[in-house]
Write a protein that binds this ligand. Structure first.
Ligand code: ADP
Ligand code: MG
Length: 243
């Protein structure tokens, strides 16, 4: 039996003449780690924006956990249980790591102080809790960004390039945290360029190309898919897809 947590139907977003998301219909099952890949500009971030309320889609719908959340604002969607991280992180640089985690609104059920301590420990950033966010490394800022959304006690987390610009050691830690949270039942949708990461972490992969949803399946199948090869290479060829 399937248990769908997130479903989009015909999701479409236009910027003037450009159709950034062209009728995207996809479903994510509860407890899954879903990868999303696609060349730069294929509409991955726009999709996250439409799904989490940062942009209003022009057409189509978003259903989360059995509720139509199309057009809801991001706070309301977050309170309902779905949150996203940003590709470009922007912590409050003059505030400490702890203050950053305390800064956001959280659902009533969350005990803020206790949750902060829990997250600092879980992400292994308790030793930099009192450092200004502007002083910590880019990788640590990515962990802080993950911490920020974990404060909201979400059921489903959309990660936009969580390991971009992160050193390999920290990247490994980010992925370990994702896996551990997933083991405890959290659903993830992850946009990621690094295909070794995708292969390692994703249960299945969705592929975007020029705003369209072109393929879905296990990573190894996707890598052999002709449409996927075309999207990345410009033509189908026997070479390994450099994705
Ligand atoms: P990806 O995350 O896959 O790299 P994006 O969703 O960021 O792609 O962008 C998809 C397309 O939409 C790109 O051509 C981008 O230039 C365009 N785009 C994204 N956001 C905006 C915006 N706010 N205004 C106009 N065009 C945008
Ligand atoms: Mg993007």
């Amino acid at each position: 039996m399937t248990d769908t947590i997130l479903r989009t139907d015909g999701l479409t977003k236009r910027f003037g003449a450009l159709t950034a998301n062209d009728g995207i219909s996809l479903s994510v099952e509860r407890g899954e780690i879903r990868g999303i890949i696609g060349p730069n500009g294929s509409g991955k971030t726009t999709f996250f924006n439409c799904v989490t309320g940062f942009l209003d889609p022009d057409e189509g719908s978003v259903e989360f956990d059995g509720t139509d959340v199309t057009g809801w604002d991001p706070h309301r969607i977050a309170r309902r249980g779905m949150v996203r991280t940003f590709q470009i992180v922007s912590p409050f640089k003059n505030m400490t790591v702890r203050q950053n985690l305390l800064a956001g609104r959280v659902p009533d059920r969350v005990d803020k102080q206790a949750r902060v301590d829990e997250i600092l420990e879980f992400l292994d950033i308790d030793h930099i809790a009192e450092n200004d966010a502007g002083e910590i490394s880019g990788g640590q800022q990515k962990l802080l960004e993950l911490g920020r959304v974990l404060m909201l006690d979400p059921d489903c987390v959309l990660l936009d390039e969580p390991t971009a610009g992160v050193n390999p050691a920290l990247e490994k830690r980010v992925l370990e945290h994702v896996r551990q949270l997933n083991d405890d039942g959290m659903t993830f949708v992850v946009v990621e360029h690094d295909m070794s990461v995708m292969r390692e972490v994703a249960d299945s992969v969705s592929v975007f190309d020029r705003g369209e949803y072109i393929a879905e399946g296990p990573f190894d199948e996707i890598q052999r898919d002709e449409r996927v090869r075309k999207a990345y290479l410009g033509s189908a060829s026997d070479e390994e897809v450099p994705i």
